[in-house]
Each structure stands twice: as structure tokens, then as C-alpha cells.
Design a protein around this ligand. Sequence first.
Ligand SMILES: [Zn+2]
Length: 189
Amino acid sequence: MRSGECVQTERAEACAKKVLDSGEINDWSLEAMFICFRDSFRCVYCGVDLLKDGDFSDGDIFKYFSHFDHLLPKSKYPELKDEKSNMVLSCVPCNRRKRNRDPNKDVNTYILGSGRALEDEERQMFIDVTWNKWLEPLRQKDRVRGSTLKRLVQGCLPERARMLVESDEGQDQSAEAKNGDSSLRKKSA
Ligand SMILES: [Zn+2]
């Protein structure tokens, strides 16, 4: 059932093939490259731009691009384990938070066992359900936890270390959007 595949999918297939045909990249599968193009190299959930914001300083690009999330979890839908229409590009935090939650549970557009490909609009609906129902609330919660941890840790730090943390504080907000830069800075400091 491929009727739902649209221009987005066709273009992604052509782009992925073009990149791999160049011969400059040998360790990517066509399927992985296709998923990255289809999802515009962004986490489908939070929208983080993995090409722009990923930290490639250690040369390990797979650390960022090997996180293909099974939208409908493979534990419950084993027939979709290798179905690329069920695999989406996800950043590490979103992938960890989602775990094996099932966005089809309430919507029920996909019948368990049918083994058909997900249509583009259907996939987007599952993505929206996942983000709104689980990921966005969890992200807020993690932020609160993070600031509590920071307050508690800072209270225990010796004065010199506390000053270092505080001098770094002003850069925190931009660092959140650019994780790669902040980890680099902390390593070299
Ligand atoms: Zn994300």
C-alpha cells in the first residue's frame, strides 16, 4: 500500500541515492540516508537540526544519526520492525523519553498485524500525538529537575568551583540550543 507516498518521500529517495552514488560516503545504508532526507535531518519530535547542532568534533556522526525511532514500537508491532515508513529520525533525548510508548493506541488507524506501510500523513499524526502527549510534558519536567539538581549541587560546591559555575551561567540558555558547543567549552576549560 504505497498510495499515500507523496513528493516528500520520492524526493528523499532521489536525494539519498544521489549522495551515496557520489561514492564519498560508504558507511551509510540507502535506507538510513533516505530517512534522514525525508525528515530533513531534524529530530521529528523537537525539531532540533542535527546537521547544525550536532557535535561532530569527535567524528562520530553515527552518534547522532543512528537514532531511528520506531514510531509504533517494535515490541508491539514486530511486523513493522524493518518498515522504514515506521522509522523516524530522533535526537537522543527524545528517543530516550519516548521509550516504547504507542501513539496508535488511542488513534487506531493502524491495525495490529496488517504489516502495511504507514502513509506520510499518518506518520505525521503519530509524531504529533507522541510529542504532545508524552515528550513535551516530559521535557518540561526534566527542565525543572535539572534546575533543582543544579541548585542542590551548587549549594555543596567549594567557593572556587561555584564561581566557575556562575560565570558559565549567562551562556546557559544559548548552550541549551547548541549542546555541542557547550560540551566543547567545558572540556577545554
Ligand atoms: Zn528531539
